[in-house]
Design a protein around this ligand. Structure first.
Ligand code: GLU
Length: 499
């Protein structure tokens, strides 16, 4: 690589939400910048003024911050380039356009949308690719003045040269297209607003962007951008176009088929660390001997390289994402998970926000999370898994069928006696998990019951479920009083079922 300082950028449109594709592009740019002691710039592509609100921009910033990315320059943090929103740079685009006009590299076009539509239809009818005919390419100053007098406002078009338009892509190698496919394209619309391809080139040049790393969707935009660089006589940045992100069925990921915005992933209980890690592998892998898949941002920074970006499209495999999420949940301590799980507990109605704010509630949840840590696939699963710690139930809801079910043909009477015995033991023995476990093991031997047969009715009585974390620790976390109350309720249920 030459000695030009590395300056890369992400240029999201302010859509109110941060798309996971934007997050991946941001991540690759970030990693590349960090590795080369470069700068990562956030620029807002907000020339579609109708859609822009401060909130729509904030949504994108928040998403990027949630996933753990920060930028060195941008509209919110400032930087040497001053203006980082395209909407604030409209004068700059017009000034540069004057330069092209003066050199006759661009011209004014007075064609109305209706005329262009007619032209497009005729071309399509002739089975030609629609492109501008060049009708206004050679208007005389008088003709232009005449149109102006008629109240027509011109757009500006670039004069597109003949021949191949090519660039070297770091991921894809040599890419080229025949300029004839393009036709003279608009760079500034008749309302004075620049088109994306033009504004992007001006910004990338003005901000001394060294590498443009973005999604494959923009390859077709790169050809007109190359022509604009040529028209100005500017050196082009290096380009790297990342592969598409596809569903397992090879369709492009879209809102219709599942979550695509970072806020949606957060609501589904994905950890930002896991999603970031997952995104890193959507178009890159460390290769060679390195099979480590769980990587933090710092670890990714050590390994990332543009040269190892893949050529074949990336599959957005949510099964893999879930696996990674579970692994990341295990990687974090229960204390770290607690504040992240609490909002889900509140949302499920297990605690009010006031209750959740107490140190006791936090400590309790941490203890519960320690119990289920290994089995938690996503944070949003926690309220359901932990429901019986927060909610009691009524007699009519007692699962007597499961309490009475057993493979050893113990009768309902025997099971009732066992529940009664458990009640007495739990009332009188010291209430500690390891001690109770010993006591119940001895009881199983004394009764000649399999330990499993003894514990199953107890488990269902205490949790109203057939599967739970280790039973005696569960009891300890519920506390003695609640355990006894649930045993009483279960016995009442069994009696009712037997009657
Ligand atoms: N606003 C464009 C996008 O979000 C920027 C593309 C580019 O990086 O040039 O896709």
């Amino acid at each position: 690589m030459d000695n030009t300082p590395v300056r890369v950028r992400i240029a999201p449109s302010p859509t109110g939400n941060c798309h996971v594709g934007t997050a991946r592009t941001a991540l690759y740019n970030y990693l590349f910048a960090k590795q080369h002691n470069g700068s990562f710039i956030l620029r807002v592509d907000d020339t579609d003024i109708r859609r822009n609100t401060p909130e729509s921009e904030q949504g994108v910033f928040d998403g990027l911050k949630w996933i753990g990315l920060t930028w060195d320059e941008g509209p919110d943090v400032g930087g040497p380039c001053g203006l980082y929103r395209q909407s604030e740079r409209l004068d700059i685009y017009l000034q540069y356009a004057q330069q092209l006009l003066a050199q006759d590299l661009a011209y004014e076009c007075f064609c109305t949308p209706q005329e262009l539509e007619v032209e497009r239809k005729e071309q399509t009818a002739r089975k030609e690719d629609p492109r501008y005919s060049g009708k206004c390419a050679n208007l005389t100053p008088e003709e232009r003045e005449e149109r102006r007098q008629q109240g027509l406002k011109p757009s500006l078009r670039l004069r597109v040269r003949k021949g191949a338009v090519a660039f070297e892509d770091i991921v894809r190698g040599h890419v080229e297209q025949d300029a004839a496919l393009m036709g003279d394209f608009v760079i500034i619309k008749s309302n004075g607003i620049p088109v994306y391809n033009y504004a992007t080139v001006i910004d990338d040049h003005d901000m001394a962007i060294s590498h443009v790393i973005r999604a494959a969707e923009h390859i077709s935009n790169t050809f007109p951008q190359v022509l604009i660089y040529e028209a100005f006589g500017w050196e082009m940045p290096h380009f790297a176009h990342l592969v598409l992100m596809l569903n397992p069925d090879k369709t492009k990921i879209s809102k219709r088929k599942g979550a695509v915005y970072l806020g949606e992933f957060a609501e589904l209980g994905y950890l930002p660390e896991a999603l970031l890690n997952f995104c890193a592998f959507l178009g890159w892998n460390p290769g060679g001997e390195d099979t480590q898949e769980l990587l933090s941002l710092d670890e990714l920074q050590e390994r990332f390289s543009l040269e190892r970006c893949t050529h074949s499209n990336a599959v957005f495999d949510t099964v893999k994402l879930d696996w990674m999420n579970g692994m990341w949940i295990r990687r974090l301590a229960a204390e770290e998970l607690t504040p992240r799980v609490l909002p889900f507990i509140i949302k499920a109605g297990h605690l009010t926000p006031q209750e959740a704010a107490t140190p006791e509630a936090t400590a309790y949840l941490t203890a519960l999370l320690n119990l289920i840590h290994e089995r938690l696939p996503r944070l949003d699963a926690a309220p359901e898994i932990l429901a019986y710690f927060y909610q009691d139930w009524q007699l009519s809801e007692v699962d007597t069928t499961s309490i009475l079910a057993n493979k050893s043909n113990h009768t309902p009477e025997e099971i009732l006696r066992v529940l009664q015995l458990a009640y007495e033991l739990i009332s009188h023995e010291p209430f500690a998990a390891h001690h109770l476990e010993e006591v119940f093991k001895q009881q199983a031997v004394a009764l000649g019951w399999k330990l499993g047969d003894l514990l199953m009715p107890l488990r269902v009585a205490i949790t109203n479920r057939k599967v739970s974390p280790p039973l005696f620790t569960t009891m300890e976390l519920l506390n003695q009083e609640r355990v006894l109350a649930r045993l009483s309720l279960a016995m009442a249920g069994v009696k009712e079922a037997m009657a």
